[in-house]
Design a protein around this ligand. Structure first.
Ligand code: 2BA
Length: 125
């Protein structure tokens, strides 16, 4: 007898710290488990947050919709250090506008999910 396998996806969501509380509450309210890791953006070197959410494939869109609703795009202004300023020049360069967020999402197929220490009946794949 063949055993039916649930197709799983791992959603990795990099979000802005200001969206973390709302998004976490919404995911929990909808019954999704996740792991939260504090992370750092390589460009701005600012704190952001990364969520790992493993779900059955058919629930992927539901999670993406929750993320869309709770992660917002924001404008940030960077002040680049001009070589002239560094040499004692008078005029600081104009701030550069950068759009950050809503979220960067990666959806990966999950080959296997085991909860070690659980009984074999608990295995998902
Ligand atoms: P950061 O790398 O600190 O980037 C923050 C914002 O700076 C970006 O917002 C984007 O507007 C701008 N930016 C980043 N790299 C740039 C570049 N080389 N030239 C000009 N502007 C640049 P988002 O695009 O919303 O990215 C937010 C955060 O998402 C990133 O923080 C990073 O932590 C993550 N991220 C973005 N793309 C990624 C990727 N391909 N792989 C892994 N993480 C990524």
């Amino acid at each position: 007898m063949s055993q039916e396998r649930t197709e799983l996806r791992l959603i990795i969501a990099i979000i802005q710290r200001r969206d973390l509380e709302d998004l976490s509450q919404a995911l929990l309210a909808a019954g999704f488990s996740f792991t939260h890791v504090a992370s750092l953006g390589g460009f701005l070197m600012e704190a952001n947050d990364t969520l790992f959410i493993a779900v059955p494939q058919k629930e992927t869109e539901m999670v993406l919709e929750i993320i869309r609703q709770h992660c917002h795009s924001r404008t940030r202004y960077l002040s680049p250090i001009s070589p002239l300023l560094e040499m004692g020049g008078l005029f600081p360069p104009a701030p550069v506008e950068v759009q950050v967020g809503g979220a960067h999402i990666f959806v990966l197929p999950v080959e296997e999910w085991q909860r070690l220490g659980a009984t074999s009946a608990d295995k998902e794949a």
